[in-house]
Design a protein. Structure first.
Length: 227
């Protein structure tokens, strides 16, 4: 029996195609229906992901990055870092879970690592979880960073970088992207993370070794791999 592969419209909505095309720089997948993704910010009931205004009311920085991350992480959103507090005897969750994608495609992001940047008080950690996800049709991997609240970046989930799927070793590039991301934080006076919360593809020992390189010898590390 012949099994037909899903069409591009069954995998992503036209709005999702526009988000992915603009963010990933590939305009050849859904050329007839490409739109300006910023025209659909905060639009609901589309059957897919749309860009959102940040918690600070911005629509520029990280807007499309967050939308791509939400497409990639949609199937595992209930496993991502979540900040909870009690208000009027009810539990309030900061990360809003919404199963709005009707796609036949279920992306399967791979958990890389989760760290805690710091603990600012009892019960107030600052976790950041990293995932690697292949984006079919666009032939790229994205590496995402997820927090339990949008306070730092305006969104709970963002893409920190991407690379072509043809690259021989996806784990090598994912490692380089995380190290590059941490190096950027270090250059902005971010102190070394406090602990590794959860291992994934990468172990706690590996993460600590990278941190030794970045925070101990940050001016000698070579970040040219992705350039």
């Amino acid at each position: 029996m012949k099994i037909n592969a899903p069409s591009s419209k069954e995998l992503y909505t036209d709005i999702e195609h526009s988000i992915l095309s603009v963010f990933l720089g590939n305009y050849e997948i859904n050329t007839q229906n490409l739109k300006n993704p910023y025209d659909f910010v905060d639009l609901e009931d589309t059957g897919g992901i749309t860009p959102q205004t940040s918690c600070y009311g911005e629509k520029e920085k990280h807007c499309l990055s967050s939308a791509v991350a939400r497409i990639a992480l949609h199937s595992i959103q209930n496993t991502l870092p979540q900040f909870r507090y009690i208000s009027h005897e009810e539990i309030v969750e900061i990360r809003k879970i919404s199963w709005q994608r009707n796609s036949k495609l279920h992306l399967r992001p791979k958990h890389l690592l989760e760290i805690n940047w710091a603990t600012s008080g009892p019960g107030f950690p600052w976790p950041e979880s990293y995932h690697l996800c292949f984006i079919p049709l666009y032939n790229r991997y994205v590496v995402t960073a997820s927090s339990d609240c949008p306070d730092v970046y305006g969104y709970t989930d963002i893409v920190i970088d991407s690379f072509l799927a043809e690259e021989a070793d996806s784990q090598k590039f994912a490692k380089s992207i995380i190290k590059k991301w941490w190096s950027k934080q270090a250059s902005q006076s971010q102190e070394r993370f406090e602990e590794v919360y959860a291992e994934g593809v990468f172990s706690a020992d590996e993460a600590e070794d990278w941190a030794d390189e970045i925070w101990g010898e940050s001016d000698t590390e070579d970040w040219s791999l992705l350039n």
